[in-house]
Structures are given as structure tokens and as C-alpha cells.
Ligand binder design. Structure first.
Ligand code: AMP
Length: 603
């Protein structure tokens, strides 16, 4: 019953981690057995396995699926049908993942026990970090956590992001206080859905306690950097509040106000002056260490798409604070923890926790310089994919050095569900695999929790480019790039446009209007999560189109070919990551246009 034994803390949690990893294969078998036994009568499993609980039947008969295959069941449950369609447990909520399906956020079924599983993983982090950094119980943690807008399904099940679910749960709100979880942010400020008020109050609390803060962090690196930019914009107000011991009336959420009164107990002009003089000095290199002089590290995910923020974090901390990427998780399932939290961001491996779900791995063939080829990504065949699928391996059979796509079977009703993440096995801890996160399949652009795939980008471009046609202009080629040199980062599209009519037909003013309209149209066509990040979370900035000189994309092709690409197989990459290719594009910019307004987003 490994799925049930989850309430460990401190040393106990570490011992449990040793036990689980030591017996990883057995734990996995136990998990699959439990899932099949408890869920065999569900409509879904019964359809494929006719009541059998045999492992080989499971592997032979249950298909490997993506979201669209399970979507009809999720919709039925969301509309009020019984959870027993897919699980014998009661589905208590739907978790909105950052993936989307037909423009809607993907909803993942979740049961009460999932919160225990997530808490189990969270409880491992401090004991692990403690092994490497001492004295963390002698001060506070300034962790900036946020909740997001919540929806509900037609039958009234809550539908919300996984972290929002966790912060609102009793697991978080009623956590036992101990010196290792002494946060500067009052819970009320974390639970405030107004992003501005939540950020303002959490930073204010962190600044008031600046001499006690031993560690800093946010879930993702992007959120931590947003806090730094927010501070840049608002430090005078924050200092005013500290100086006078009052709270700006921009904070009108009653529970935020109430909780902050306990922190702003008296005026503190000296503290305000210290902070103000640090913030006034530009540039802000090392500002984090100056503001929080006792901080020993920054904790945030800095792997995968968050790796792009490492240079900025290193800049603001003058390279003095280690960046700890402690865990790897998703809405569907939590996966693993980093047992060597001090490893550099480009060398982070996560150890799979075998009690989170039943894991299988689709082996990905290795090819060429970039190490692997994603099945289906070259547009070839479904057949290939099926062939590889049949070679699915379980945890005991993964090979160090090989690449895999993760597949999970959960207690909450996902069976052989493809997560879409590509990982490389880097080692085995006891008997549990450790892996490096490589990428998410088919994501071209990502700034925060948005994940835009090539298809959606193409759809957006195809709609937007139609706006050029009435003006005798044609979009010849395009590519894109996630620009994180601005905070928040933003999507950049490089467009090469051919003008069929002589210049001068469109006035410069009209040209700006048309191109801005193209930016707006593109954004309106991107998915729900992108539009939420833009309009509600404000974690992504306005989309930019950079129009490049005629012939630029030929130069780009020459560039890739000079780097060893094949002329026959050359396709314009729809997203650019190499700095030399970016240079080719950036050196040929004719004009830049930004989206002038937020895209539509309705919670
Ligand atoms: P969501 O479904 O919105 O919860 O997003 C989960 C996805 O975020 C995962 O499937 C990964 O693609 C990505 N992710 C989460 N944690 C990490 C991590 N530590 N490193 C890299 N990518 C991560």
C-alpha cells in the first residue's frame, strides 16, 4: 500500500525516500497492482481489460493515449457523470494544466489522495537541502507563491491549476509550523487572487524581514524575476510603507490588509532608507544579495524552458547565490526530486519517486548532433510511433544515457497517458532512475506557464498574415523566438514580407496600424493559457513582430547549412534558439511592431 503511506517529514521522509528508491521496482509493481485492483470496474479499464487485473493484459490491451483520447471521459465527469467512469475514487477537482486542447485548458482528474502525494514530495525538499546547507532553521524563507483564477466544471467541480489547489488545501493552510517552513509571506497574501496585491504584500513582508531571510524563491524562475522587476517599479511605495508603518490604499483586499498589519507594526525609517539606497543604485547587478544579505540560495525551477532565466538570476545575485531546482512535477502527476540540489542548472537530474504513479517510458531513438529525434516530429509516420510504443519499458528497464518520453498511469484515472516530456536517463539512484529534463514535445515558445506549439503558432500566423493581403503584401517566411531579455519576456516573430505593389501605397501610419493589428490577431489566436499569461497574470509581455529585410531567410538558410544542415532537408525552423542564427535575423531588422493591447481572456 505504498500509495497510502505518505505522511513523512524530516529524517523520516529521507528514510522513506531511501526505502522507496531501494525497492523501486517492487513499489512500482505495488502501485500498478493497486490501481488495477481498485479501478478494474471503471468503464474505461473494463472496456479494455474486461475486469482483468493482469499486468500483461494491461500492457497488451490498454492503449497509450494523449489527452484527446481521455477528453470525452473528462467532459462527461465535468458534466456530472460519476467518477467511476475512470476511477473508483471520488474525483474532487479538475487540475488545469498549462497544456491546451482545442483552445481550452486541459483538465486532469484529481482525487483527495493526490494532495497527500504532492505533500509527500514537498516534505522531501527541506530534508534534502538540509543535507547540503546548514542553519536553515535559524531564519525565514521569502518564497513568492501565487494562486490563479479558479473555474468550475458544469457540474460544479473546481477546476484550477495544481499549485492553486495545493495552496488552498488544508495540507498547505494547516501545515504544522516548524522552523524550516517559516515563510515571510502571510498565507492570506499568497491566497489573494489579485496578482498586484499579492506580489506587493509578499515583497513588502520579505523586505521588512530582510535581515532574517535565509532563502529566496518562487516555483518557477520566471515568477522570481517578475518580482525583481515589480520591485524596480514599486520600491518607493514599498519603502514609504515601511518608513511610515502604514499600508498603501492600493491594497484593498481585507485579508491581505489584516495580515500585513501584523508585519507593519511600527514605522521603520532606518530600514526604509537602507532599502531605498540599495534600490536607487543602478545597475541592479547583485541587488538580491544586497537586499537579503543572509540569503544562502534561490529556489526555483531553472531547468527546461526556465533555463533561459538563469543568466538574469545570476546577474541579480552577482553569481553568488546557488540556484536550486528542487523538483519536477506536472498537473497529471508529480515526478521527482533533485537529490543534489547544489548542482548547476545545466547539470540537474531528478530522481523519480516510484510511489507517485506507475511510470512507463517510450524509448526515443538517438540521432545526430542534438542527441535524439522525436517520433513524429519530422512529419513521417504514425507507424514508427506505434512500433516504438510497443517497446515501452518500465522503470526497471530504462537504460542510462537513453532518451524517453514519460507515460503515467495514475490513481485518478489516467491510464498510459503520455505526458509529452522528453527526459534523458542520467543515472540510477538505488534502483530508481534519475533523469535530466530535455524538452517538452512540440513546444516552440514558452515564457512562463504558456507553452505554444508549432501548430498553434502557425495557425496564428496564417490568420494574421491575411491582413497584409489587401495591401498587396505577402508574408514570405517567418520564425519565432522567446525573448527573455525583457521582463516579462515576450514572443518575437521575424517576418519577411514581400511588397507586390510599389512602395508608398501604404502610408507609414497605416503600416504601423496594419502591423499592430497583425500582432493583435496573432495573440488572439494563441491559446487560453498564453492569453491568460498576457492579460491576467501579466507574466508575458506584448507580442512583437520584427520585419526583416528581403532575402534574410535565405541568409538564415545559408547559415544553417554552413553549420552542417542538409540542403535537401532544410526547413525554416519555426523557432530559433541559436544565438548565431538570431544574430543573422537581428542584424537585418527593418522595423519592429508590438501588440498595442491585451488579448481577450475570459476565466
Ligand atoms: P503543468 O501541466 O502546467 O503542470 O506543467 C507541467 C510541465 O511543466 C511538465 O510536464 C514539464 O514540461 C514542465 N516542468 C515542470 N517542472 C519542471 C522542471 N523541474 N524542469 C523542467 N520542466 C518542468
Amino acid at each position: 500500500m505504498d500509495g497510502k503511506r505518505l505522511e513523512y517529514k524530516g529524517e523520516e521522509a529521507l528514510k522513506e525516500l531511501e526505502r522507496l528508491t531501494e525497492k523501486a521496482d517492487e513499489v512500482q509493481e505495488g502501485i500498478l497492482k493497486e490501481i488495477l485492483n481498485t479501478n478494474k470496474s471503471t468503464e474505461y479499464l473494463n472496456k479494455y481489460m474486461c475486469g482483468s487485473t493482469d499486468f500483461s493484459d494491461f500492457k497488451r490491451l490498454v492503449p497509450v493515449i494523449t489527452y484527446d483520447n481521455i477528453l470525452p471521459y473528462i467532459q462527461r465527469i465535468g458534466n456530472g457523470e460519476d467518477s467511476s467512469l475512470i476511477t473508483s475514487h471520488r474525483i474532487t477537482e479538475m487540475i488545469c494544466s498549462s497544456g491546451t486542447s482545442a483552445g481550452e485548458p486541459k483538465l486532469m482528474p484529481s482525487i483527495a489522495e493526490d494532495l497527500d502525494r504532492r505533500t509527500f514530495l514537498y516534505n522531501l525538499i527541506m530534508p534534502i537541502v538540509n543535507q547540503y546547507i546548514q542553519g536553515l532553521d535559524e531564519g525565514k524563507a521569502m518564497y513568492l507563491y501565487f494562486v490563479k483564477a479558479e473555474m468550475s466544471t458544469p457540474c460544479g467541480l473546481p477546476a484550477r491549476p495544481v499549485l492553486t489547489s495545493y495552496y488552498k488545501s488544508k495540507h498547505f493552510k494547516c501545515r504544522a509550523r516548524d522552523p524550516f517552513n517559516d515563510y515571510t509571506s502571510p498565507d492570506q497574501t499568497i491566497l489573494c487572487t489579485d496578482g498586484f496585491q499579492s506580489m506587493y504584500c509578499q515583497l513588502l513582508a520579505g523586505l521588512v524581514h530582510r535581515h532574517q531571510v535565509l532563502r529566496l524563491g518562487a516555483v518557477f524562475a520566471s515568477a522570481f524575476l517578475r518580482a525583481i522587476t515589480f520591485l524596480e517599479a514599486h520600491y518607493l511605495d514599498l519603502c514609504h510603507d515601511i518608513r511610515t508603518g502604514t499600508l498603501t490604499n492600493k491594497i484593498n483586499d481585507p485579508s491581505c490588509r489584516l495580515s500585513m498589519l501584523d508585519i507593519l507594526t511600527s514605522s521603520n525609517p532606518q530600514l526604509a532608507d537602507e532599502i531605498e539606497s540599495i534600490c536607487r543604485k543602478k545597475p541592479w547587478k547583485g541587488v538580491i544579495c544586497k537586499l537579503w544579505p543572509k540569503a544562502k540560495y534561490i529556489e526555483a525551477v531553472v531547468t527546461g524552458s526556465m533555463a533561459q532565466y538563469v543568466p538574469a538570476l545570476e546577474y541579480y545575485s552577482a553569481g553568488k547565490l546557488p540556484l536550486l531546482s528542487t523538483m519536477y512535477a506536472s498537473s497529471e502527476c508529480y515526478f521527482g526530486v533533485n537529490l543534489k540540489p547544489l548542482s548547476r542548472p545545466d547539470n540537474v537530474s531528478y530522481t523519480l519517486l516510484p510511489n507517485m504513479a506507475y511510470f512507463e517510458f517510450i524509448p526515443l531513438p538517438c540521432f545526430g548532433d542534438n542527441g535524439f529525434k522525436l517520433i513524429g516530429d519530422d512529419g513521417d509516420d504514425e507507424e514508427d510511433e506505434e512500433a516504438w510504443r510497443q517497446k515501452l519499458v518500465d522503470l526497471a528497464h530504462v537504460r542510462v544515457g537513453s532518451y524517453y518520453e514519460l507515460v503515467v498511469t495514475t490513481f485518478a484515472g489516467l491510464y498510459r497517458y503520455r505526458i509529452g516530456d522528453v527526459v534523458q536517463v542520467t543515472g540510477i539512484y538505488r534502483r530508481a532512475p534519475q533523469f535530466r529534463f530535455i524538452c517538452r514535445r512540440n513546444v516552440v515558445l514558452s515564457i512562463d506557464s504558456d507553452k505554444t506549439n508549432e501548430e498553434d503558432l502557425h495557425k496564428g500566423v496564417s490568420t494574421a498574415k491575411k491582413l497584409l493581403e489587401p495591401h498587396n503584401a505577402l508574408l514570405l517566411e517567418y520564425t519565432s523566438y522567446a525573448d527573455t531579455s525583457t521582463v516579462p519576456g515576450h514572443y518575437v516573430l521575424f517576418w519577411e514580407i514581400e511588397h507586390l505593389a510599389p512602395n508608398g501605397v501604404v502610408t507609414p501610419v497605416e503600416e504601423i496600424r496594419i502591423m499592430q493589428q497583425c500582432c493583435v490577431t496573432l495573440e488572439e489566436n494563441l491559446d487560453y493559457i498564453y492569453r491568460r499569461c498576457r492579460s491576467f497574470d501579466r507574466s508575458v509581455g506584448p507580442l512583437e513582430i520584427r520585419v526583416v529585410e528581403p532575402g534574410t531567410f535565405n541568409v538564415l538558410m545559408d547559415h544553417f547549412i554552413s553549420q552542417g544542415g542538409s540542403i535537401n532537408q532544410y526547413k525554416t525552423p519555426r523557432c530559433i534558439r541559436s544565438s548565431s542564427a538570431l544574430k543573422v535575423l537581428n542584424e537585418r531588422i527593418k522595423a519592429c511592431y508590438f501588440s498595442p493591447r491585451d488579448p481577450t481572456w475570459v476565466p
